[in-house]
Design a protein around this ligand. Structure first.
Ligand SMILES: Nc1ncnc2c1ncn2[C@@H]1O[C@H](COP(=O)(O)OP(=O)(O)OP(=O)(O)O)[C@@H](O)[C@H]1O
Ligand SMILES: O=P(O)(O)OC[C@H]1O[C@H](OP(=O)(O)OP(=O)(O)O)[C@H](O)[C@@H]1O
Ligand SMILES: [Mg+2]
Length: 279
C-alpha cells in the first residue's frame, strides 16, 4: 500500500483532504484520527503536522506527502517535489518597522525572528548576509514590538497580519510557496495513479467544457480564440455550413472567450463543469 502523509491541522489540511476526497480516496471520518487505511484504493493515510511531513517522507518512512514548499525547504530533508497542487499559495518575505529597512544588506548583524530558520538561514547565506536568527514557533510579527527581534521573515498571504503589527515588507522575495506533493525520490507503485488523480482534480477545478456551433467559414478564427488542450473536437451538423465545436477552456477565461466567439458568429455557446479528468 502507498503510504501518504497528509496535514492534520493548519492552513493546508482542509483543502488537502478535500482534494484527496475529490480524487476518489476515502479519508478519515474523525478529525482526531492519526491513521486510516483505504484498501480499495491501495493507500494508507497518516495525518501529521505539515512541518513534519518532509522529515517522514525524506527518511523513507512514508512514500509521499502533501506539505508546503516553504516547509519542505525549511526541513532540509531529502524529499523532493513531485507536483504542485494549486492551493496554499503564499509568499515568504522579510519585514521590519515602517521605514527601518530598505534592502537585504541592512540585515547584517541584526536579529531576525522566524519559524523557518532553515529556509531563511539558507537564503541569507546565499546572499552573503549574516543575521542573528531568532527561532519562534508562530506569531512572529509580534517579535519586533516585543523587542526580541529587529525584523521578521514570515509567510505573507494578504499582508494584513504584517500591517496590523506595523511592519512593512522589504528586500527580495525569499520564496513563492504553495502546497506540493513530495516524494522520497524512490518511486513507489501507486504514485503515478495518485499524481494523475490529483492532476485530474486540478483540471476539473481549473477548466470548463465549452460547446458551440459556428459557421465553417469562421472555424479557423474560432479555434484560434480557444485552441483547447490538444485540439478542439469538431463535429458536423445537419446544416453543412455549420459545425459543432467542443473545447476545454480555463475557467477564468470562460466569459471572455464566450464574448469573443459570439462576436465571431458562434451561437448556442454552452459551458459545463468538468467533474473529473485524466489527461
Ligand atoms: N495565511 C496563509 N495563507 C496561505 N498559506 C498559508 C498561510 N499561512 C500558512 N500558509 C502555508 O501553510 C503552510 C503552513 O501550514 P501550518 O499548518 O504549519 O501552519 P499554519 O497554517 O500557520 O498553522 P498553525 O500555525 O496553526 O500551526 C505553509 O506551507 C504556508 O506557506
Ligand atoms: O498575510 P496574512 O493573510 O495576514 O497571513 C499571514 C499570516 O498567516 C500565518 O499565520 P497564522 O495565522 O497561521 O499564525 P502563526 O503565525 O501562529 O502560524 C502566517 O504565519 C502569517 O502570520
Ligand atoms: Mg501559522
Amino acid at each position: 500500500m502507498l503510504r501518504i502523509a497528509v496535514p492534520n491541522k493548519g492552513s493546508l489540511s482542509e483543502t488537502a483532504a478535500q482534494m484527496l476526497w475529490e480524487a476518489g480516496y476515502t479519508g478519515r471520518r474523525d478529525p482526531r484520527d492519526l491513521h486510516t487505511a483505504d484498501p480499495r484504493n491501495g493507500v494508507e493515510f497518516f495525518y501529521l503536522r505539515p512541518r513534519d511531513i518532509a522529515t517522514y517522507v525524506g527518511s523513507g518512512a512514508l512514500d509521499v506527502g502533501i506539505t508546503g514548499r516553504d516547509l519542505l525547504l525549511d526541513s532540509g530533508s531529502d524529499a523532493a517535489e513531485i507536483a504542485s497542487l494549486g492551493f496554499g499559495d503564499s509568499t515568504f518575505r522579510f519585514a521590519g518597522p515602517a521605514g527601518d529597512f530598505t534592502e537585504l544588506a541592512q540585515l547584517d548583524g541584526v536579529r531576525v525572528a522566524t519559524s523557518y530558520p532553515g529556509l531563511v538561514g539558507g537564503f541569507l547565506a546565499g546572499h552573503g548576509v549574516t543575521a542573528n536568527l531568532v527561532k519562534l514557533d508562530g506569531a512572529v510579527e509580534s517579535a519586533v514590538r516585543l523587542g526580541v527581534a529587529d525584523a521578521v521573515a514570515d509567510v505573507v498571504s494578504t499582508g494584513s497580519t504584517l500591517r496590523q503589527a506595523g511592519l512593512e515588507i522589504f528586500g527580495p522575495v525569499i520564496l513563492e510557496s504553495e502546497a506540493v506533493l513530495i516524494g522520497s525520490g524512490v518511486e513507489r507503485p501507486g504514485t503515478d495513479t495518485l499524481v494523475r488523480r490529483l492532476q485530474g482534480v486540478l483540471v476539473a477545478r481549473q477548466y470548463v467544457l465549452l460547446d458551440y456551433d459556428v459557421p465553417v467559414e469562421h472555424l479557423e478564427r474560432a479555434t484560434a480564440v480557444a485552441p483547447g488542450f490538444e485540439s478542439p473536437t469538431v463535429s458536423p451538423l445537419h446544416d453543412p455550413e455549420w459545425v459543432a465545436v467542443r473545447v476545454m477552456v480555463p475557467r477564468v477565461d470562460m466569459n471572455h472567450v464566450m464574448d469573443e466567439l459570439y462576436s465571431l458568429g458562434a451561437r448556442a455557446i454552452l459551458v459545463s463543469a468538468i467533474h473529473a479528468a485524466r489527461l
